[in-house]
Write a protein that binds this ligand. Sequence first.
Ligand code: SAH
Ligand code: SF4
Ligand code: F3S
Length: 433
Amino acid sequence: MIKTYNIITFGCAMNRSDSERIAAVLEVAGYKKAKQNQRLDLLVFNACSVRQSAIDRIYGQMGKFAYLKKKNPKFKAIVTGCILPKDKQKFFKGFDIVFNIKELDKLINFLFKEAPIKQSYQTGIKYFKIKPKYQNKFSALVPISFGCNRFCAYCAVPYTRGLEINRSSKDIIKETKDLIIDGYKEINLLGQTVSSWKDPNKKNYKFVNLLKDIEKIPGKFWIRFHSPYVLDFNDELIDFLSKTKKINNYLNLPLQSGDDAILKKMNRKYTVNQYLKVLNSLKKKVEDFNFSTDIIIGFCGETKKQFQNTFKIFKKISPTMAYIAKYSVRPGTVAQKIFKDNVLLKIKKQRHKQLTNLLRKTGKENNQKEVDKILEVLVDTWLSKEKECLGKTRNFKTVRFKSNKDLCNKFVNVRIIKAREFELIGKLNENDI
Ligand code: SAH
Ligand code: SF4
Ligand code: F3S
């Protein structure tokens, strides 16, 4: 009888990429993705610990396992991904298997044991060697590093994924070439601080060298990378970004706070001015540069004045998009140990609302600049009922336009006729198709 699985993914692009590798391993082990209402043998939770809410959702699901086991005695629940040690201990009680995502190559062995696996750390990483089961047919996720060395005071990642491990350029370039040959149009290079990547085997071969070599791969495709760290931007990288035709002219460049004292407390290592210097240089040199940012609201002790500093800087930098999060205490982090989460939830909510309202304005203003332009769009969605396509420009703006045909996976030219807060409305260039 066919064994079936399902994976629930909670986190970021890296987490989604992990799920593609988990699926690949399970399919090698003979499992098939469960169809709707089909008996389920294996349910995998790929956890995210960046905020408490995502972890709470997993605790919320644990209560259902007894019922699922009653329905199907072979049912197993697995949890992996980004899990803090404290949660891992609790998960051992509810899950059949709790394993470290870095040990994904051993999942097959795990599956044939009954007891939960005791955590063990490895230094080497075979994870990168597993060929993923890509979920998208033209936009691929390609991890280039794993973990993070930065230890921002609030962040769970260094504790869940461990220190940064870099994948070799040889591996990354091979995977990218294969994807382009298979018709992929967009490659997303992933890493927690993707820009700090360096080749583990070649001396002086840095992130910018990798980008330059990927640019040389023949074919029409775009490269995006997530998430860079502002201090990694030097003149060489910015100059290259100003010349390339394939690498995105969009970045998610997290600021986190617009107040120097808070940045210091967060252990972010840069000042607001250093951030502004990099951003201004990118805006000046990279044609049609577009960016988004990440902000944490209500970090320990954030005063009204300090929030206003963030508000002011936000207005000044004017991002098209921002991921604004209310600070959530992560057990085991430096912030949890030495600072107090003393900004009331009510205040966090108010500040969140203020900044979100500002984002609506900055988003609309930035999008307004595109009206009347003809932009190249890579189509990723076709809404057959609405007869509409959705896609992204090279600088990562969402464009919506009417089309009777499914144009997914195609580059098309679209004239922008209207700007909304978070998307552009366009008209397909008639000669284009
Ligand atoms: N490596 C990236 C961020 C990865 S985590 C960077 O250095 O910027 C993604 C985002 O989650 C962060 O940018 C931050 O805004 C948010 N985040 C991380 N920890 C958080 C916490 N404890 N509470 C609220 N938001 C958090
Ligand atoms: Fe977390 Fe900081 Fe590393 Fe980003 S750079 S993953 S915020 S520790
Ligand atoms: Fe991503 Fe969440 Fe882990 S944001 S790296 S899945 S903690």
